[in-house]
Design a protein around this ligand. Sequence first.
Ligand code: ADP
Ligand code: ASP
Ligand code: MG
Length: 410
Amino acid sequence: MALLVQKYGGTSVGSPERIHAVAEKTARARRQGHDLVVVVSAMSGETDRLLELARTVNPDPPARELDVLLATGEQQTIALLAMALEKIGCPARSYTGQQVHILTDSAYGKARIVKIDETRIREDLDQGRVVVVAGFQGVDEAGNITTLGRGGSDTTGVALAAALKADECQIFTDVDGVYTTDPRVVPQARRLDRITFEEMLEMASLGSKVLQIRSVEFAGKYKVPLRVRSSFEEGPGTLITYEENEMEAPLISGIAFNRDEAKLTIRGVPDRPGIAAQILGDVGKANVNVDMIVQNVGADGTTDFTFTVHRADYKKALEILKAVATQLKAKEVTGDDKIVKISVVGVGMRSHAGIASQMFKVLADEGINIQMISTSEIKISVVVEEKYLELGVRALHTAFGLDKAAPQAT
Ligand code: ADP
Ligand code: ASP
Ligand code: MG
């Protein structure tokens, strides 16, 4: 019999009926003899509601207090699920992150898990109980409640699976696996039976929100057997694998996109050593992460510098850049927060040339202008105007042969 960590996302516990359904599913696995640790998110919409609530009281809420508030979303669902399990005769106990002792650093709103104390969980499992743990939250050395960033319950699930050396970590969600791209945007998207860890890591970091990036990093570090499945229907889901067979690898496994991007340009800065460090240094000091960076070839002793940041940081970054521009006597600062990033991902790319030019041609044929490009061994990303997102993703999905076969006409 196996030790399973199951994680259920917001939609999967979004109503009392759904919570009952999760309880039934969990109890069934328990009756089959498996030991179960269940991680749950807040009910869908609840974290957003709490965020709104905080902002109505204080438009710029202190990060510590915001985490105290946000953590209550998951505290509701753990209690409700444990009640639902008890109702159907399945002994269960719920725990907050603090109670389990999921130790994190003190970076409120984006805390990292440092250590998990499994003693209490093991005791309950030995007593035959299902252990229900609140996702998305932990506690720092000083005893402050922390949260792990949006989508962070995935990371709680994988981290618990790593700590307990679980036989499998099952991420139950509202889709039945990892798809070639977001099935909400491309109805022709196909479920993948398996995806390599590296590809999953790229997909997650390039915007596919089916798994939080940190959960994938954790899974890779501890080689956690990880599967994404549907909480609504039976099925094999998608297995994340740690070995790759390049001979069999398709050229492109998936297409990711990210709407949370904004672009900034500083023109006419002196073309000399230390300038990039100075510009990005000031931006970094303000805790703004920079993603893609492009510097033009200098002419007349000056150069242009463009980079992207998270859209939420756009205004802040623009202010900083304007200040830097004055110091450096730059010509101008411009910005655009109506851009998106589209990426094609595949380990098969390593052994094939020409994917980039194929990608650019597909976009050109649709009349989509490429504003920035960045590549790595297994991905190519482009920045384009926001209005071209769906068109671009669909065209690439078709061109790289990812569409599922059309149903046979009868
Ligand atoms: P949960 O609340 O269960 O954590 P999320 O909304 O965080 O669920 O993640 C599931 C969603 O991720 C899906 O509904 C889907 O729209 C989106 N998604 C984005 N990219 C992909 C992909 N490549 N494969 C599957 N789902 C994806
Ligand atoms: N409830 C949190 C969120 O909405 C964490 C999660 O669902 O994984 O982001
Ligand atoms: Mg999620």
